[in-house]
Design a protein around this ligand. Structure first.
Ligand code: SAH
Length: 212
């Protein structure tokens, strides 16, 4: 099967599995996932599976990218923060949906590779830094939307504080290795309104100093 045919098959699968938002589907369709995975996995780039990207991390399963992007209800004028750049794949999908995407990664080597991909693709509305994303990005706050792509035990309050009134944060919650669930948290009158969405498995959100 050709790359294009595999991509169409994947998009149909996402649609069947609950990704109905056409803006999200077309953003996914326009991002070449094969550029975000190491050479041995290029053949599997359009399979609906998570794939290793080095440093013990993974690029998320396309269905999870689709469902989380959809749950975030991103508008084209919005300022969005992503925690956990990883390969940069989810960042590029979000960047196609919003005005400016800010993204934070704790592994400098992964960040450098992701930034190289942003350049190669000519995506110029992403601002990225190495850091502990659980602290957010106070200089750029508030954000209309926040997406966390690593699992925490509880919602990091610092991130909620950096969400604009009426804003939405989508994040996986739960202990590492155990079942986790994606939750959508809306900020209404300064308070969190929580919806539980679907089960997932993410690598843990690691707080504190960056690795060497
Ligand atoms: N969104 C990524 C997949 C994320 S995997 C993609 O599309 O490829 C989760 C990422 O979160 C990993 O790269 C991990 O290093 C990073 N991470 C974990 N804890 C973090 C923290 N506190 N701050 C920033 N990044 C973190």
């Amino acid at each position: 099967m050709s790359g294009a045919a595999r991509k169409i098959r994947l998009i149909m699968e996402l649609r069947r599995s609950g990704v109905g938002d056409t803006r999200v589907l077309s953003a996914i369709e326009r991002v070449p996932r094969e550029m975000f995975v190491p050479a041995p996995f290029v053949d599997q780039a359009y399979e609906n599976t998570a794939l290793p990207i080095g440093q013990g991390q993974t690029v998320s399963q396309p269905l999870v990218v689709g469902l989380m992007s959809q749950a975030l209800e991103v508008g084209e004028r919005m300022k969005v923060l992503e925690i956990g750049t990883g390969s940069g794949y989810q960042a590029v999908v979000l960047a196609r949906l919003c005005r400016r995407l800010y993204t934070i990664e704790r592994h400098r080597s992964l960040l450098a590779e992701a930034e190289e991909r942003f350049r190669a693709l000519g995506v110029n509305n992403i601002t990225s830094i190495a850091g502990d994303g659980s602290r957010g990005w106070p200089e750029q706050a508030p954000f209309d939307r926040i997406l966390v792509t690593a699992a925490a035990d509880r919602m990091p309050k610092t991130l909620f504080d950096q969400l604009a009134e009426g804003g939405i944060m989508v994040l996986p919650l739960g202990a590492p290795g155990s079942d986790q669930e994606v939750q959508r948290i809306r900020k209404r009158d300064g308070h969190p309104v929580v919806e539980r969405l679907f089960p997932v498995r993410f690598v843990p959100l690691v707080c504190g100093n960056l690795p060497e």
